[in-house]
Write a protein that binds this ligand. Sequence first.
Ligand code: G6P
Length: 504
Amino acid sequence: IKPNYGDSCDSKNVVASSGCMIVVSNRLPFVLQRNKDGNLIRKASAGGLVTAVAPVVINGGGLWVGWPGIHLDDPNEPIPESDPNDITPTAGLKSEKVVAVQIDKQIFDSYYNGCCNATFWPLFHSMPDRATFKGEHWNSYIKANKEFAECTIKALQSLPKNNNEVPLIWVHDYHLMLAANWIRQAADEQEMKCKLGFFLHIPFPPWDIFRLFPWADEILQGMLGCDLVGFHISDYCLNFVDCCQRSLGCRVDRKNLLVEHGGRTVRVRPLPIGIPFERFVELAEKAPRVISTNQKIILGVDRLDYTKGLVHRLKAFEKLLENHPEHLEKISLFQISVPSRTDVKEYQDLKEEMDQLVGRINGRFTTANWSPIRYIYGCVSQDELAAFYRDAAVGLVTPLRDGMNLVAKEFVACQINVPPGVLIVSPFAGAGETMHEALICNPYEIDGASEVIHRALTMPEDERILRMNYLRRREKLNDVNYWTKSFLSAMGSLMSQEDHDDVG
Ligand code: G6P
């Protein structure tokens, strides 16, 4: 089944047809923090997922279940309303519509840093040597998922009863692969109707990798509690279907992506996520210049994560300077590495390795007037980011493995200069499967990767224009609102606000 590309739409006008939507995700769409007076305040999240899904939840009177980013001593401490000046999409999400899941700090740590980030993250990115398998982490994952499931059931119970309405529960990502089945069981026992959907934001690995997880069957059973299981691309769907057949012995239909389990048929669908395209275009139009150099900029923007291929990328850049001295003093690699999961050792080690490698390459090539690498370890504002994306000659997106990779999409959205730059993308990212006009670069082959960067730097203008036009057109059509709409449509739950008002 090919992903269905169509017209972009505005999720402000989209509501779930047959009832409201409960979103369940590890993180709430904002984090709670204490201000200097000790009062809780919301800090909004700017992610594309939040932008697209929040309006659907808010418009339909739904709820959001998630971890608030802080451990509260008093679990009954009220969630604050949003700041009156808040203009982000979650501003309209009233505190009564938010369920902040509270989990014992130790259990949360072992669930999040242990099972999620030290087991599932490396395993699902096909890096089993980096994964740890500990019974204690798995037990914490079970406890945490039970807590999320119980909170979701309470949320479901709190909804006004209307026999014509079937609420839609949308569970997100690898943190919550067990929760759906428990939600279904409890809803069945209590005779509460609901539809359940799941979306995995990271890759789903092939069977020979997935089976390394000692409790693989339980994961599949958890996900099969849903009516629909969505992944970014067809390969991940086929891997999942294959695992269900080989691990659980389910009857499957590979052509139509169906899995039979427990007397039900579960639909599996490729639903490639997009970005809020127009928002990035607007940011790029307004952002002042932040790069003051005449050198051509090669740009990398990533969470500091070993899946992103950053070490390979720096080595490919070093090779380029070695093999193509004509670029010396004419180009510069801007690498923005956003700190992430800093409590996990693999991430601490990567930071050390990157610091040393940047130092070594700069030490080797820097002259009185030029340094080849500018390395930012930290966060940049959305405005600055848009300016970097807009003014870069080359966008370098070379993960070793990546579910989709939104940086590739944000880069093309912001490429409004004429003539534009060039996107380089790894075939091992979901984006590499779908952004056909990008230059494809195998990050593992350092020599080859350096030649692809050279090709991008020397690409004729007309070819750059042609490729970028196609890339931008596709991302504009298949933006994040289109993704939300596709999910609702695959759930059989799509209706516009006008239709909803007519029925209501
Ligand atoms: C990936 C995952 C998300 C996660 C994000 C940031 O994109 O798919 O679910 O939120 O990384 O990671 P963090 O551990 O900080 O939530």
